[in-house]
Write a protein that binds this ligand. Structure first.
Ligand code: ZN
Ligand code: ZN
Length: 76
């Protein structure tokens, strides 16, 4: 029997929803931000938490430095 990662209570078959290899209660399968309703088609999983497409934290944009590096790289 699985426990819901959200409320850590036991999940029974009739109320379970399986996502990301985990089993949630239907009621717990919601956005952690505002409790937005999620579906298996639109949920996002971030840092062990569920988010709707609207509230999922934007991934930190990897800033690529495009400026030219000096030729002489200091040795570490
Ligand atoms: Zn739950
Ligand atoms: Zn949301």
């Amino acid at each position: 029997m699985d426990n819901c990662p959200s409320c850590s209570r036991r999940v029974y078959v009739i109320e379970k929803i399986e996502a990301n290899g985990r089993v949630y209660h239907k009621n717990c399968f919601k956005c952690v931000e505002e409790g937005c309703r999620l579906t298996l088609a639109n949920f996002h999983f971030h840092n062990e938490e569920l988010f709707c497409p609207k509230h999922v934290p934007k991934l930190q944009a990897v800033v690529v430095q495009t400026k030219n590096q000096p030729e002489h790289m200091g040795r570490l």
